[in-house]
Ligand binder design. Structure first.
Ligand code: NAP
Length: 464
């Protein structure tokens, strides 16, 4: 066997194992108990894929690859260190880098081959370039909105959808013209520039609250463009990895839309969150009942069953470890404590599960919305910690509410509701929460971590 053939076999084996690891990684990531294994499998798969590619005999010079590896590492390490709450915008940036890479590779491949580009090749190249370019600017816009360097509010104007769809339409016409006759090379830059503009315009009318869903959709586009690049480069690994990425991103977007009771078209064209500028302002102050940590501790100590409902505020306050201590303190008194997890609590799917797992709260105590909702009627205290929209009963009753129809955690069915938050400010959807004005509701004003800490102190004080 000549050495060339041997290295080809090694590459193929590395790619097959990498592919299997990517598939297993997705499977394992779907449960908290195996998620860590899933992350390692994904990382190992990526290392194998890169190693296999570096062995490729067509590489004539490793200098540029080495520079790219250094550059990627320099950018990647700080990106990996962001706060958990900034993960959505970090993910958007990763998509932007992926999309930039796909667009650059596609452009290079076109100019290497043009004007003799076979029709199928030109078609997948066009798909790669269009999806890559719009994902690049779309992801940058999404990251900017989430990081609040760009206004979060949806910006709309008359005929916006028509303008956007026309832009996309023109890009597709250009692509078709190029497929028919690739020697019209002057058209190629248009196929990059128009989707770049479309990517910006597509995100402008979408509000900050919908951005995580859009990011997951952009993830899907980035995956599809990478799969198209796989066809161009004749790489089965890239086709499979891109297809996995594209499909999982799409499924995630659909699931997130479902959990918010929104249709896809409503997310993309509905300009959700536009009303939030006016909602919550100009409302006359209605009385609410508030309580001190001492009173809250006394109510908890007298309870038999407590359901904790965490939300974005717990994540911001990094209160998960204190919440664990509170859970332990209540368990010690024989009080049953469970956690009700809404699928879109926080700012990314699985946000609460990750934080509570980090604080070593047993998985069997974390119940999904469907599992816990039937229990609230027999619950003495629903303790809401930094959650707002996911507990808002207006979603059930007020047809005019922007979150009408969104499934919520039925905390208002518990005997007593206690809500830890800093003020009467609205949540992500920017709307008022009638839960706070119920007779059975006690507002515990303060930072989640500090307030939970004070309750624990009161509970242990009561003991000693
Ligand atoms: P939320 O409705 O955004 O409310 C969070 C609450 O936490 C706020 O009202 C805030 O009130 C409070 N808070 C902030 N910092 C705090 C602190 N340090 N201590 C105590 N409280 C604090 O959060 P949610 O109930 O988790 O709902 C998630 C929202 O995000 C939903 O609208 C959902 O549709 C949207 N979303 C989520 C995802 C996802 O994947 N998870 C995706 C897309 C959209 P104060 O300012 O008064 O403290």
């Amino acid at each position: 066997m000549n050495p060339m053939a041997a290295s080809d076999i090694v590459i193929e084996i590395a790619y097959v194992i990498a592919t299997a690891l990517f598939i297993l990684s997705l499977k394992w990531l779907s449960s908290p108990t195996t998620a860590r294994r899933g992350v390692f499998a994904g990382e190992a798969g990526m290392v194998l894929a890169i190693a296999g590619t570096l062995l490729y005999h067509g590489i004539v010079d490793y200098k540029w690859i080495a520079i790219a590896l250094v550059l990627g590492t320099v950018i990647g390490i700080p990106l990996g260190r962001v706060q958990m709450t900034a993960v959505p915008q970090r993910t958007a940036l990763s998509h932007a880098f992926g999309a930039l890479c796909v667009t650059l590779v596609g452009t290079a491949e076109f100019y290497l081959r043009a004007p003799e580009v076979p029709k199928f090749m030109m078609a997948v190249l066009s798909l790669e370039i269009i999806l890559g370019s719009l994902t690049l600017t779309g992801s940058l816009m999404a990251a900017g909105k989430l990081q609040e360097v760009l206004p979060q509010r949806p910006i709309t104007y008359k005929g916006q959808n028509l303008v956007n769809l026309s832009l996309l339409g023109v890009a597709i016409v250009v692509a078709v013209l190029l497929v028919v006759d690739p020697s019209r090379m002057y058209l190629f830059p248009m196929m990059i520039i128009i989707p770049l503009i479309f990517g910006v315009m597509m995100i402008v009318p979408i509000g900050g609250a919908d951005m995580p869903t859009v990011i997951s959709l952009l993830n899907s586009y980035a995956g599809l463009s990478a799969a198209a690049m796989g066809f161009v480069l004749d790489s089965k690994l890239l086709i499979i990895a891109g297809a996995l990425d594209g499909a999982s991103g799409f499924i995630l977007s659909v699931n997130m839309s479902k959990a918010m009771n929104r249709s896809f078209s409503n997310v993309l064209f509905g300009a959700f969150g536009q009303v939030q500028a006016t909602a919550g302002t100009g409302q006359e102050a209605r009385p609410v009942r508030s309580a001190t940590p001492e009173e809250a501790a006394a109510i908890l100590a007298a309870a038999n069953r407590v359901v904790v409902v965490p939300g974005y505020g717990m994540a911001v306050a990094q209160a998960q470890h204190k919440v664990r201590e509170l859970c332990d303190a209540l368990n010690k008194r024989g009080i049953d404590v469970k956690f009700g997890i809404h699928p879109v609590a926080g700012r990314m799917p699985g946000h609460m599960n990750v934080l509570l797992a980090e604080a070593d709260i047993p998985y069997d105590k974390l119940l999904s919305m469907d599992e816990i909702n039937g229990d609230f009627a027999q619950t003495d205290v629903a303790l809401v910690i930094g959650a707002n929209d996911v507990t808002n009963p207006a979603a059930r009753t007020e047809a005019s509410s922007p979150i009408y129809g969104m499934p919520i955690l039925d905390v208002d069915k518990a005997r007593t509701v206690m809500v830890i938050k800093r003020s009467m400010a609205a949540g992500f959807a920017g709307i008022e929460n009638p839960l706070y004005y119920l007779d059975k509701t006690l507002m515990l004003f303060g930072d989640a971590k500090g307030f939970v800490g004070n309750i624990i102190r009161e509970l242990s004080g009561g003991h000693g």
